[in-house]
Design a protein. Structure first.
Length: 298
């Protein structure tokens, strides 16, 4: 067999490996939290959009929830203001909130544009549309940091309507309270709340970390599948520490709420979504219930 034919057969094998996953998740809702370096690098940005679009075209129902922290900081600086953070949260006064909303809406529409360039209908909304996200003021260790919100309630009807009409929804994490005040919501929290509300099959966090490591200094120690009881144990033993603790606790809460799996992926790896969802081992960490079945082909 010549090398040209071997190359084609390798491509065919990749498609065959993906087949059971395509069958299993056909018509299932997948929430993708999109942030980190993959939003800054234009080439990576396009690969994430290509992945989400392909998921849509093979029968998944993806919903993208995006951040935009680095872009917000850039625009805050442009206006002569300074970005101020407390415990990792942006201190958001009225002027800053205006910039946050402007930038997130700009980012939102640029992502819609990229999806539609690939021939898939997309609709960009914020949590204010259709009362999707209702928030309350978030206090950080008792401190008021301005218009930063905690999601109190989710009304997913607008998302169900868009999915039913064959749109790929893209959500900016802006919310309102019952009095009509606007709040900036952490994109991880918004994605988690939406995944729980729509009873998503999967929630994928695109971040700047490989996943959960047994040894923080050894990328080869990546844990591909992490059961809930093991996640709690690794936190107790100090193997999971620092900024990863709130992320993992968030994942545990989402899985306990009924989402089948939560994936932590390195968004700096091109086509990380396809590699995680359509290959037997994946490239990140999947958090799942203790009694969850394996569904790979190994």
């Amino acid at each position: 067999m010549d090398k040209r034919m071997e190359k084609y057969l390798d491509k065919a094998q990749v498609l065959i490996e993906a087949l059971p996953y395509i069958q299993r998740f056909n018509r299932k809702i997948i929430v993708i939290k999109y942030g980190g370096s993959a939003m800054i690098d234009e080439e990576l940005k396009m690969k994430v959009i290509e992945d989400a679009t392909l998921l849509k075209l093979v029968g998944f129902k993806p919903i993208i929830v995006h951040g935009g922290g680095k872009e917000i900081s850039r625009w805050v600086s442009k206006t002569g203001m300074e970005s101020d953070f407390y415990e990792g949260f942006r201190v958001t006064d009225e002027d800053t909130m205006e910039i946050v909303e402007m930038v997130l809406n700009k980012v939102n529409k640029s992502l819609v544009e990229k999806v539609q360039q690939l021939g898939v209908l997309s609709a960009g909304i914020s949590g204010k549309d259709g009362g999707l996200l209702i928030a309350k003021k978030k206090l950080i260790k008792g401190k008021d940091v301005g218009f930063v919100g905690d999601v109190e309630k989710v009304n997913p009807k607008v998302l169900y309507d868009l999915l039913e009409k064959d749109y790929l929804p893209i959500v900016a994490p802006i919310a309102m309270d019952e009095e009509g005040n606007t709040y900036n919501v952490n994109a991880d929290d918004a994605a988690a709340a939406i995944a729980k509300a729509v009873k998503a099959e999967k929630l994928a966090y695109l971040s700047d970390v490989e996943g959960v490591l047994m040894d923080a200094d050894d990328p080869e120690s990546l844990i591909s599948e992490l059961r809930l009881s093991d996640a709690d144990r690794l936190i107790d033993e100090g193997i999971i520490g620092g900024g990863m603790i709130p992320k993992i606790k968030n994942c545990i809460d989402v899985v306990e709420s009924g989402v089948s799996r939560v994936h932590i992926l390195d968004g700096r790896i091109p086509h990380c979504l396809l590699l995680e969802f359509f290959t037997n081992k994946g490239i990140g960490t999947a958090i799942l219930r203790d009694d969850a079945e394996k569904y790979n082909n190994e």
